[in-house]
Write a protein that binds this ligand. Sequence first.
Ligand code: ADP
Length: 412
Amino acid sequence: MNHTHEHTGSGCQFQPDPGMEKMKDRLSRIAHKILVLSGKGGVGKSTVAVNTAIALAKAGKTVGLLDVDIHGPSVPEMLGLTGHTVDATESGITPVTCLNGIRVMSVGFLLKNQDDAVIWRGPLKYSVIKQFLSDVDWGDLDYLIVDAPPGTGDEPLSVAQFLEGDAAALIVTTPQQVAIADVRKSIRFCQKLGVRILGVIENMSGFICPHCHATVNIFHTGGGESMARQLNVPFLGAIPLDPAIVDCGDGGDSFLDRFSESPAALAYRDILEPILAIDAHRAHGLSFSPNPVTDTTGSRLRVAFPVADGRLCMHFGHCQVFEFIDVNPDTGVIIGQTSETPPAHEPGLLPAWVHEKGATIVITGGMGSRAQALFRENGIQVVTGAPAETPRELITAYIKGDLKTGANVCDH
Ligand code: ADP
């Protein structure tokens, strides 16, 4: 924290910086601050920031979008806001409100000419970012998405420091092998500054041919997922290359509105789930761990689901497979899912097998009372009476705290 120096009769005393106090006040009205980071430029970080903001707003959230890319602010263009300027009132600088009600602030709104080369040095960048967080009248927000410039330089550093660890990060990368070193740098940056990592997004992952709709893998795909596993951070999803994203970005159009059923738009739905889950967590009075989770395997909650035909099996002993979903208990983020064939149904076998697999909760439609006792003896909590939905739907409801359970359908 910054302090101003003041000389008094009794000597030198420190007083809090009023600018910082104001910032704290403003930030306390923003529930979740999300930094969108990337190791290098051109991977689609701004595109992901803009579309995540749009997707959250479409999901009914109140969203702010702050573009602190001082050297190349692209958010105004992507949202069709080029040429807009901002007004200052008594309560601060009013952000520009765009479609879906997103409140936007960008250094682009402060430049007279879009081609002005901004050659601001470190201290000036620091004070501009401070102003964005303390003087912009964001109001009450569910989410503030911050599009930071690539790398781990002054701007992301200033933002993370101002937020004092009260932030989560989305790390955007591309499938090429070389990207791993960049992602590692971004992860280390987050860990040092106490920023929680929501996960890695692989952008430009495969190309969907606009004519035949087949997927062409220009780069080796799946790199992001294996990289995330290697680096022990959640993988949130892969967004394919889609020429319509470029057209929409250049034309200031909302890709998610115009191409809502495209594979890339569908990929955003998966990515949005864990981001929405953190707000559902807040609604249920659960809080995040104050420390960033650096080891997700050390902090994993495994939930088991007996499944038949992709849905919860009403009689757990008759299921085809068990789905195991891993959740980070601090963040509510889903960090993995595996499917396993259980051993033949013999009394007493399944509870020990589920325990061996590391699950501590089993969610089922029905289960006899003897089996329930055996699960409990194995340290596994049993939730019965869950509906015949997919494990993904069930875990999402469970994390939100609104899983509806009815009668135990198999109490024998
Ligand atoms: P960054 O912020 O990482 O520098 P941008 O978001 O500005 O990258 O994206 C760089 C270019 O790539 C833009 O023209 C954008 O429209 C395009 N782009 C981003 N993601 C995709 C995608 N999934 N498919 C096609 N083009 C994309």
